[in-house]
Design a protein around this ligand. Structure first.
Ligand code: GAP
Length: 464
């Protein structure tokens, strides 16, 4: 299911109405590029993270996990090259002084003016973008002339120390990856794992982004799920490992998250676009409501990072081969994804306006849905019905994510659960009091069947 740009507004409004996503600090007018995740959103995010962790950490013998700090020693970011090379090219609107990404301005102008066959911004350097903007007189989104592009660093700076003048500068991490590199020796020495092996981590990263209007796609603060897969370049073929990781990413997105293949594509980074540390990078792009955009990147970072940290720290970050005859700095393949982008993709993909039945449905796979089942008493003023429904609810909630609703009428409860993405609704009615059966309604077909109440769990497990 693919939604169009015109229905993006409807999706955003559903996420607010049903408590998936709220604008951060909305009572103060909001904070640009910042969102909070409400009661349903936090469950969906958690389900995505758990599935990622199960798939890539728990179910692989060659992977372990890590949870490193957001604030690292500031030398980390000097060694990694982020203090100098982690930049975006920005132009300034000469009237409003608002800043925009030069590459985004060119991309949008090319699409609007049917110039998509021209050189793409990812193939231009900063000077090239400046000349292109000048040549085509590309204005800001407000229609004003813009300055030539300049590079701005994306790292957020803060400081440690309470006393003014004695503070030292630190950075909010711009990627979770660096905590993995700086812990390489700790992990190698404290576990029984041997090369090739990977370390995965999920955590917050921060970037001083200026682009607005892309909902949770691009935010200042976001969650990354990153893997550094370490290997010996003399015994492993990096291209084979790279292909294996591409396949693992593809399988996770299509099979586990239920995304259709026609909404996915691979795109190789151009030489000018590739990050300073990478020898080869591919993006797995998703067809978001505002076009094809990067979902998940995979890069061959070589031994760039470990070498840099070894040089800057003076500590050896080498490993030995299996026979302990050769020492070397391992190379890495890095699959890196934003959990919030997976979240947005999942919502866009499974959002469905059912015109026949005048309802909106989030057709989430059961393993992603915030709740697997909702339990209702047919009427709220009948204590016997409430008691029977509560007993079923209490039993189910210990086994699967279950919610309770006894407000308003059954029709409204169904519509609410359709928008919440709940695959099944169980209703306890007068017949339940006689023969212990309930109705169970399927979210996607709206069909209802009657089953014995002690069979609900079996039914849910079989059909989810
Ligand atoms: N360690 C490599 C790295 O950080 P990246 O391509 O800059 O590479 C990896 O980021 C992933 O993090 C992206 O593919 C995207 O899913 C997510 N991401 C990056 N910037 C983001 C932002 N401002 N908001 C939300 N997600 C973001």
């Amino acid at each position: 299911m693919q939604i169009t740009p015109t229905t993006l507004d409807s999706l955003v409004s559903l996420t607010k109405r049903r408590g998936f996503v709220f604008q951060t600090s909305s009572i103060y007018g909001g904070l640009a590029n910042s969102y909070d995740y409400g009661p349903l959103g936090v469950e969906l995010l958690r389900n995505i993270k758990n599935l990622w962790w199960q798939t890539f950490i728990h179910q692989r013998e060659d992977m372990v996990g890590l949870d490193s700090q957001i604030l690292l020693h500031p030398k980390t970011w000097v060694a990694s090259g982020h203090t100098t090379a982690f930049n975006d090219p920005l132009v300034e609107d000469l009237v409003t002084q608002k800043r925009y990404r030069a590459d985004h301005l060119i991309e949008e102008w090319q699409e609007k003016n049917n110039q998509t066959s021209e050189t793409k911004p990812e193939e231009m350097n900063v000077a090239g973008m400046g000349s292109y903007i000048e040549k085509h007189k590309i204005p800001s989104p407000d229609g004003n002339p813009v300055s030539p592009p300049k590079v701005f660093n994306l790292l957020f700076e803060t400081s440690i120390g309470a006393v003014s003048g004695e503070k030292s500068v630190v950075y909010l991490r711009g990627e979770t990856a660096q905590g993995i590199f700086t812990n390489f020796t700790n992990i190698k020495n404290s576990t029984r794992i041997q090369l090739p092996f990977g370390v995965g981590q999920i955590g917050k990263s921060f970037r001083n982004e200026v682009t607005t209007g892309q909902f949770v796609f691009r935010t200042l603060e976001f969650e990354q799920a990153e893997i550094e897969y370490f290997f010996d370049p003399e015994t492993e073929d990096w291209q084979k490992l790279f292909e294996d990781w591409k396949q693992a990413m593809w399988t996770f997105v299509t099979k586990t998250l239920g995304i259709s293949e026609e909404n996915l594509r691979w795109r190789r980074h151009t030489d000018t676009e590739r990050s300073h540390y990478s020898k080869d990078t591919y993006d797995l792009d998703y067809k978001f409501p505002f076009g094809w955009k990067e979902l998940w990147g995979v890069a061959y970072r070589t031994n760039y990072d470990l070498t840099q940290h070894q040089t800057h720290s003076g500590e050896s970050l080498e490993a030995a081969d299996a026979e302990n005859t050769r020492r070397f700095i391992p190379h890495v393949i890095e699959p890196a994804v934003g959990i919030n982008r997976l979240f947005m993709m999942v919502l866009a993909e499974h959002y469905w306006e059912d015109s026949e039945k005048s309802r909106t449905v989030l057709r989430l796979p059961a393993q992603l849905a915030p709740y697997t089942v909702a339990v209702f008493p047919l009427a709220r003023n009948k204590p016997e019905l409430i008691a029977a429904a509560k007993a079923i609810y209490k039993q189910l909630v210990m086994e699967v994510p279950t919610t309770w609703d006894d407000r308003s009428n059954i029709g409204k409860r169904y519509l609410y659960q359709d928008e919440a993405g709940t695959p099944y609704c169980v209703t306890v009615d007068y017949q339940t009091l006689e023969d212990n059966t309930v109705t169970i309604r399927n979210r996607d077909t709206t069909e209802q069947i009657r089953i014995a109440s002690d069979q609900i769990l079996k039914y849910l497990k079989k059909n989810s």
